[in-house]
Design a protein around this ligand. Structure first.
Ligand code: SAM
Length: 287
């Protein structure tokens, strides 16, 4: 008990000192999952489709669209297929995720390899629409929504889909418990949970603060079932669903069996092992 308390204090101190999983760790992990990220898209892309809609813009001119943290470009590719008169700029800091996009669309989009915040701070462009798929958790929402407002035109819109609190139920506790029991194997902790909104109302609250109003917002949850606990961990690792977690440990391969052991105990339900994804999505307009 005392050991666990000491450990939690140590983790808390590291979080305060910002000695946590950082942008470079996320970039590395997305480079690692670039080839398998399509597993995520195959299951979750249908929810992203809900926000790929430009009917909200009533202008008869070429639209400037930003696919922010575009990854392998699911949104960019869908937009290109829609026959809209538009110019798409797709930005991401993982060069390997961008390679996948380049292979598919060539020069049909302006593909930019950059840290997202740096891009927003330096661009001279103004956009009609920003798409922001599954990446809010990697940013400070205050910083990002303020910058979105600055780079959007009057009446611009932002379309978001994001994980919300309660996603990957118990996975964080599993990681914390393995960290606590294997302290000498811990590299640094992760503080991503602070960046997840509380459902659709949490998302609305966050974005309203920065001068956007909601046009349409929904939330959802899906649960996937696996035959074995190691399939659960494989899903997490191959899709980037908990990107950053591999970097928590000095030698992930050494620790992964301990994670599987905990998943076996904590995620068993009716003969299967389950994992949930909770999310919110919506379209917001500059007020
Ligand atoms: C879950 S993927 C989402 C990709 C894509 N938007 C989609 O809907 O499939 C998250 C993406 O955010 C990118 N990302 C995270 N932090 C970033 C940052 N600071 N700057 C640029 N890209 C970032 C990652 O490289 C990754 O490609």
């Amino acid at each position: 008990m005392l050991k666990k308390l000491m450990f939690l204090m140590k983790v808390g101190y590291k979080i305060l000192k910002k000695d946590v999983i950082n942008n470079e760790d996320y970039r590395k992990e997305y480079n690692n999952v670039a080839k398998t990220y399509n597993l995520w898209l195959k299951e979750m892309g249908r929810f992203t489709d809900e926000i790929i809609n430009v009917d909200y813009i009533n202008e008869n001119k070429k639209l400037k669209i930003l696919d922010f943290a575009c990854g392998t470009g699911y949104i960019t590719k869908e937009l290109l297929q829609k026959n809209i008169d538009c110019e798409i700029t797709s930005v991401d800091f993982s060069e390997k995720m961008l390679d996948e996009l380049k292979r598919k669309v060539g020069n049909k989009a302006n593909i930019i390899h950059s840290d997202g915040l740096e891009f927003l701070k330096n661009t001279k462009e103004k956009y009609d629409v920003i798409y922001f798929g599954w990446a809010l958790s990697y940013f400070n929402y205050r910083e990002i929504f303020k910058l979105f407002k600055e780079v959007l035109k009057e009446n611009g819109i932002v379309c978001i889909i994001t994980n919300t609190k309660g996603t990957l139920n118990k996975i964080e506790d599993i990681f914390l418990s393995v960290m606590s029991e294997n302290q000498s194997e811990v590299n640094k902790p992760m503080d991503i949970k602070f960046n997840l909104p509380k459902g659709k109302n949490g998302l609305i609250k966050w974005i309203n603060e920065f001068g956007f109003e909601e046009m349409e917002v929904k939330e959802g949850e899906v649960v996937f079932y696996f035959e074995t606990p190691d399939e659960v961990l494989k899903w997490i690792n191959k899709t980037g669903a908990a990107a950053g977690t591999v970097q928590i440990f000095k030698d992930y391969n050494k620790i992964k069996y301990k994670l599987i052991d905990k998943i076996k105990k904590e995620k068993y339900n009716n003969g299967k092992y389950e994992i949930n994804h909770r999310f919110a999505y919506g379209i917001f307009k500059v007020k």
